[in-house]
Write a protein that binds this ligand. Sequence first.
Ligand code: NAG
Ligand code: NAG
Length: 362
Amino acid sequence: MLPSLVLPSTLLFSLWAPAVLAGNVTFGEACDPAHQKLQEGTFQFQTDCDSTTFCARNSTCAHRGCRVDTFPFGYDAKAVLPDKCPRGMFCPDEQDNCQGLLSVGSACQFNRDDQCDAPPNFKELADTTGFGLNVNGSVCLNNICMWANETAGNPCVVQNTAYTAYGPDGEFVDIVSRGNCKVGLYCDSQKLQCIQAKNIGETCDADKECLTYNCLANGTCGRTTDTPIKVATWVYVIAAVAILGGMIGTLVALYFVHRKDRQQEREKRAQYWREQNAFRQNIMQMQETARHSLMSYTPGGGSPRSSTYHGVQTEDSQAPMLNAQQAKSSGLRYYVSDDASQVDDRSEEDLMMRRRPEQNRF
Ligand SMILES: *[C@@H]1O[C@H](CO)[C@@H](O)[C@H](O)[C@H]1NC(C)=O
Ligand SMILES: *[C@@H]1O[C@H](CO)[C@@H](O)[C@H](O)[C@H]1NC(C)=O
């Protein structure tokens, strides 16, 4: 059974205020009043005239005299809408003008329960379920106004309508069965008797047999289709734990990843520092050597500049440092070599080469 795919309340709601399948003939143009009818399958009212006009008796489209919907389709945002009908009157499907409510037994338009005058005990009979079983205790069945006042076991009138419905698997027929039984009863289509409607879990053949108006595919009455889904507390707990766990896990993972990076970076810096320190030591050593050689120089023994010995000494003291530099480069220099402010190895060496003779002068 497919009817459970359709929201019955939605379907019935659309029947109270029938959407008009408007044509495209505009105000003042010719139309055929005979074309006004209910469409097959959807039971929408259709007309030649557009959504702001109706087909008048003189076969031209005239402005509507009333409206059914609070927010009717087809009007401009600033358009002046025709009024809704006051209490005690109704606006027919044509929406030409308001008419007085119809008494019991008179002809009404398809499913327009609101066109029928209410019974004296309308407060007792009125449908408050929201399933659209009647309007103020009145019901329009087979185009006749009735009161939905029949009690259990009494004979009743039934109206079965086959709508064309559209689901994920394509078209299907949705049969809606309405009767004039009191709310809480349904009119059995075979026996034509009012029968007590069923509670959740009882067996059913159609939506109308259930108090919840929802006969499930397994043939039992289910909850109303608009019942909110209630989630158990443990689901909330699991969701909260999962969210918090995900956040904390991400933080911990990022901490470890960054710690690795940090250590690498620290190692580079330490190595750079060691290099710089070695470099400094070398320079100091060089100065020391130069000073010593100057001190040990005895006047008259020759010019310090001509001393090859000192030059060789300096050259020797220089060599290990350069070698050391090439052997274990920190990588930081290359790492930051993009930086224009950083002096690269080559220019540093050059600088030293240029500086060396000056130092030798002392
Ligand atoms: C046709 O009837 C409508 C409403 O009854 C009226 O407003 C309109 O003027 C009429 N048109 C003609 C051409 O008579
Ligand atoms: C029930 O409604 C019908 C009209 O549908 C009416 O003729 C009849 O008197 C009502 N019965 C009672 C008991 O009110």
